[in-house]
Write a protein that binds this ligand. Structure first.
Ligand code: 5GP
Length: 251
């Protein structure tokens, strides 16, 4: 059997050529990195959890009409997605101050923001994904004004959806990062949500206790990352409540 072609290997995922034109297989690795890969580890089961969680969020977005790259899950670690040209921006939406915003502006972590704030970072690991303004984005041609309007609208719709889904299971969506892809339908192009949506790119705090259920557990050495992600998956009903299956009576 011919070996499939690897297109790209990133910090948390590998992309392979898909079985049909215009598709890609996205493989979720167990590798965890932070601080631009200065901190690294292999976390057993992280890839399986992120594959399932990203499927859950992308499927929910499809159900409310937010276009995204997800086609179907293939197995425990892989999903089939639409091939798209990634816009070189990390789109960050913040509902509460945390992380780099708290550091940059001296706002205590956990302070509710007056409204969701959207930030853009230029996707370049060698530069540490620097924060950029719409002026940089327009001047360097990374996205047009129409693209920026569409990106803002997508980001805010994802925020509304994710905030609601999380609130329903007692989790506060503090902030998150998404990536946007460009797809071409003949002469037309459309922007869709791409990459992944998982606790790797979100800040998720338990509403009651403030316990962190996201990648900060790894970044800040706060305990088991798999336990945190499993808790998110369990609350969302993505994982069964228990791995123990009930005995069934056979007549
Ligand atoms: P901050 O700018 O505070 O470090 O991050 C804001 C939000 O975006 C956090 O939820 C964080 O997880 C996410 N984020 C920012 N940069 C990256 C990145 O390069 N990779 C991932 N997975 N998430 C990121």
């Amino acid at each position: 059997m011919a070996r499939r072609k690897k297109i790209y290997e990133g910090k948390a995922k590998i992309l392979y050529e898909g079985p049909e034109p215009g598709t890609i297989v996205q493989y979720f690795k167990d590798d965890a990195t932070a601080f631009n890969a200065e901190k690294k580890d292999v976390i057993d089961g992280k890839g399986v959890l992120n594959n399932r969680l990203s499927e859950f969020f992308m499927t929910g977005l499809t159900q409310i009409g937010v276009p995204n790259h997800f086609i179907r899950r293939l197995n425990m670690r892989e999903q089939l997605v639409r091939n798209c040209e990634i816009v070189p921006l990390e789109v960050i939406v913040r509902n509460y101050a945390a992380g780099t915003m708290s550091k940059r502006l001296g706002i205590a972590e956990g302070t509710q923001l007056p409204r969701p704030i959207v930030e853009y970072c230029y996707k370049d690991d060698s530069l540490g994904d620097p924060l950029v303004t719409e002026e940089h984005i327009a001047a360097f041609g990374w996205a047009s004004q129409q693209d920026m309007d569409d990106i803002l609208s997508l980001a805010l719709r994802v925020n509304d959806f994710m905030s609601g889904v999380m609130l329903a299971v007692g989790i506060r969506l503090v902030d998150f990062k998404i990536e946007i892809g460009r797809i071409f339908d003949g002469d037309y192009q459309r922007l869709i949500v791409a990459d992944e949506i998982s606790p790797d790119g979100c800040r998720l705090w338990d509403i009651e206790t403030g316990q962190k259920l996201d990648k900060d557990v790894f970044r800040r050495d706060l305990g088991s990352l798999t336990d945190a992600y499993s808790e998110v998956a369990r609350r969302l009903g993505v994982l069964p409540k228990s791995n123990v299956t009930k005995p069934t009576l056979i007549n």
